[in-house]
Design a protein. Structure first.
Lengths: 728, 81
């Protein structure tokens, strides 16, 4: 590698210095690598090294064998080569990469007074021809030196070796290390591009790294649990999807550490077993780098070196720095992915908000919160919302995926823990564990100055909590705001209604007849709701509209903002009254039709319902109300006759009791009972067929059977019999 | 999460809201696709997902499967001891 990247000017510099030293010491100098190859042209004060480099391969080989006898040297030494008394200075120095030993060889040194003797020795040495000739020339050309002089030259050559080492290392770093750094920088670029999926960067890293044979990433998948997801290098396949726990083996120990960890010479360490068993075999060293975000451990990046390799410390430091940066990229990639997943879940929430705002009903909002929270967590299993009841003494719950008794027990616990003991919360969340060990993330529902509920979602792990908490917080906060709005509306509605009642009471004092009719219409609407003709909300709206009908135009204008919807209904009602008896296509809202019918019947003598229809009122609605009036009249008469407890009478209950009695008495089947219930509620055959998912023909068959069993001839008689049984 | 996952989540929310607003609706995937103006394939995935997390009831299998809203467990008068 050094030959490849060693720049020519550096060779020249070393050569120049070598020549200077040769001139100064009057020695021939040769610098060779660990294999005996000259690094630069030798400086031949004597022609020895020149001749050596020109000599045949055998001679060069033998000379190198002589030098390599001193391979263990760590300091410059004066050594005998070929013959005792033929001395060379051998000064070792580290190769530029630090992985081998190079040598400066300088000579020849002959001690004073030994030259003649050596000439004779060379002749007797029995060397092969060329070697003997070369050695003889060497001895003849050599100057005799004293021991002190030789020692000075030894030191000088030692200095030359140090200088050569510095220059070569510097050149090496300038060229080779730079090339490697550029390659490693490529790894960084790939990591930056790939972020959390860094397979490409891993492959690149293993190819350019000095000491890494395998690199891998173990991701935290649960509390104290890790899985190796990505790896590259020798034996990477065996590690794929391998799982370990904190504390288990080297990787498990690294998982417990905040900073990088390193182990070497661990071939026989039992902690290496986990990796060995997965096809890695024996390995020399392991480096681990935690991947963290804030205080949270996301995973561990690890590098396995199979053999002991000497690499440049600069490169090694750079590699460590690079891996630390790759860890950062993985961490930031994971955070980005987490954010993206949360943002993608937040977007649909905007849509949901619009629907929730329009709901304006506490229970429906609770349904939405439970359903949406299940859609927003990664591994949905259960969700529950606990909300204080209207009187604040009890709680109402809506839940999914939780056993009913557990839901109630949990609701009590959370109501005490979150709503009672700590009634003022700031928006946030808490993690709790149920007695069964289920992890729950709980969000207080805070509005109108206190905690009025809790949205709780079960999670599979703390990691999941980490990932879902923001999006669930957004949902809970949104729920709080919308419930606040519903609460405000209700409060405002109550105040307005109180005010309306006050105005109504004052107004009817001046219009006795109209007031009387209006009172009756209020009662009728209330009873009709209990009879099942309207929902309670519909009945409330109609009652308010009925009260408004008593007020004069000026008062209505004052109340326009608070009762806009009711005034629209009232206006429709007036149009209906005005168009009574006229022909044409009329289309009015159901509340307007109901109001028209209720006020019409309230204005009539209770016992006579003169018309068989009202203009603009659908025949079904009108007939249903008529039926209700008939039943109401019968019931009231009967009740008066029996015990005078009319006030406590409930037509819906009477109906239920009556049907039960009929079923028992006449042996009606379950299906016949369902049909009869619908008949009593004034449903047509078509309606019954639609509601029960059967054909009209089948409905007729059921009715025939029911009439036969009850011994009645039509539905009117059947209804009358039901109510008679109900009040009997 | 891929873009199609986001689309699925959006559709899941839409379906949930549809069934919440129409608690008595009984729909096949095909019928609902027509009502919502959505493709049947993603809808099938979403409906099955909603059935898996107990938001919807599923009767039958395949194209003939009928989905309806499963009212959550509600209890309005729980005493706090």
């Amino acid at each position: 590698m050094i030959e490849k990247s060693w720049a020519m000017d550096v060779k020249k510099t070393v050569e120049e210095i070598q020549h200077t030293y040769a001139e100064f010491t009057r020695l021939s100098i040769l610098i060779v690598d660990g294999e005996g190859r000259p690094l630069v042209k030798p400086s031949s004060y004597h022609p020895f090294f020149q001749k050596l480099t020109e000599a045949d391969g055998e001679t060069r080989k033998r000379f190198w064998q002589e030098v390599s006898h001193y391979a263990g040297l760590t300091r410059p030494a004066i050594c005998d080569l070929w013959l005792p008394g033929v001395k060379f200075i051998i000064a070792p120095f580290k190769s530029p990469a630090g992985d081998a030993v190079y040598y400066v060889v300088a000579g020849v040194l002959i001690e004073s007074g030994t030259k003649e003797m050596l000439e004779e020795e060379v002749g007797r040495a029995g060397l092969y021809e060329e070697g003997q000739k070369l050695l003889l020339d060497l001895v003849l050309e050599a100057e005799e030196l004293s021991g002190e002089e030789a020692d000075v030259w030894r030191e000088k050559i030692g200095k030359l070796a140090e200088t050569a080492e510095r220059i070569l290392r510097s050149a090496y770093r300038e060229t080779y290390v730079r090339e490697r750094l550029v390659e490693l920088r490529g790894v960084l670029a790939t990591s930056r591009r790939e972020r959390s999926s860094v397979e490409g960067a891993f492959e690149q890293f293993v190819n350019v790294s000095g000491g890494a044979d395998l690199i891998g990433y173990a991701e935290k998948i649960g509390q104290g649990e890790y899985r190796i997801g990505r790896a590259a290098g020798e034996g990477a396949e065996g590690l794929q999807d391998a799982e370990f726990r904190e504390g288990e083996g080297f990787l498990g120990q690294a998982a417990l550490s905040d900073g990088p960890m390193q182990w070497t010479d661990i071939q026989r360490d039992p902690r290496a077993l986990f990796l060995k068993q997965r096809g890695i075999g024996d390995f020399y060293g392991l480096r681990c780098f935690p991947v963290r975000v804030g205080g949270e451990q996301l995973g561990i990046l690890f590098i396995i070196g199979k053999r002991k390799v000497q690499i440049d410390p600069l490169l090694r430091d750079f590699e460590d720095l690079l891996i630390a940066l790759v860890s950062e990229y993985i961490a930031s990639g994971a955070v980005e992915a987490r954010m993206e997943r949360q943002i993608q879940r937040l977007r649909p929430l905007m849509e949901v908000t619009r629907f929730m705002i329009s709901a304006q009903n506490t229970q429906r909002i609770m349904f939405m919160l439970v359903d949406m929270s299940l859609s927003l967590v990664w591994n949905p299993s259960s969700a529950i919302i606990v909300h204080e009841s209207s009187n604040g003494q009890k709680v109402q719950i809506v839940s999914r995926g939780i056993a009913n008794d557990f839901a109630e027990q949990y609701a009590r616990d959370v109501a005490k823990r979150v709503m009672r003991e700590n009634p003022v919360h700031s928006p946030g969340f808490e993690l709790s564990q149920t007695e069964e060990g289920q992890l729950m993330i709980e969000y207080p529902i805070v509005y109108a100055g206190k905690t009025r509920g809790v949205l709780a979602v079960s999670l599979s792990s703390e990691q999941e909590a980490e990932e879902c908490r923001e999006v669930l917080l957004a949902l809970a906060t949104m729920g709080s705001i919308i419930l606040q709005s519903v609460h405000d509306q209700q409060q405002l509605g109550l105040q307005n209604e109180r005010f309306l009642r006050l105005m109504y009471t004052s107004a009817k004092l001046g219009t006795a007849d109209q007031g009387k009719n209006s009172d009756l219409s209020l009662r009728l609407l209330d009873e009709y709701a209990r009879y099942g003709g309207t929902t309670p909300e519909e009945a409330a709206l109609l009652q308010r509209t009925s009260m408004l009908s008593v007020l004069d135009d000026a008062a209505r204008r004052e109340l326009h903002e608070a009762f806009a919807g009711e005034l629209v209904v009232l206006k429709e009602h007036q149009t209906m009254v005005d168009s009574e008896g006229k022909t044409g296509n009329f289309s009015y809202s159901r509340p307007a039709q109901l109001l028209r019918t209720a006020l019409y019947f309230a204005a009539l003598d209770e016992e006579t319902a003169g018309r068989l229809h009202l203009t603009g009122v659908s025949p079904e609605l009108f007939n249903h109300f008529r039926k209700f009036m008939a039943v109401r009249h019968t019931v009231q008469s009967e009740v008066v006759l029996s015990d005078g407890a009319a006030a406590s009478f409930n037509p819906a209950e009477a109906e239920e009791r009556g049907i039960d009695a009929i079923v028992k008495e006449f042996g009606l089947s379950k299906r016949e009972k369902e049909v009869l219930e619908l008949v009593v509620r004034a449903s047509s055959n078509k309606d019954i067929a639609a509601k029960l998912f059967i054909s009209e023909h089948t409905v007729k068959n059921h009715l025939t059977n029911i009439f036969n069993k009850m011994s009645v001839s039509d539905r009117a008689q059947a209804i009358a019999r039901v109510f008679n049984r109900g009040i009997g | 999460m891929t873009i199609s996952d986001q689309e699925l989540l959006k559709l899941q929310m839409e379906c949930t809201m549809f069934f919440e607003n129409n608690p008595y609706a009984y729909e096949t995937a095909k019928g609902l696709a027509k009502k919502l103006g959505r493709g049947i394939e993603p809808l099938q995935i979403v409906l099955n997902r909603l059935a898996a997390i107990s938001i919807l009831d599923k009767r039958g299998e395949g194209n003939m499967a009928i989905y309806s809203y499963k009212t959550p467990y509600t209890q309005s008068e729980v005493e706090i001891h």
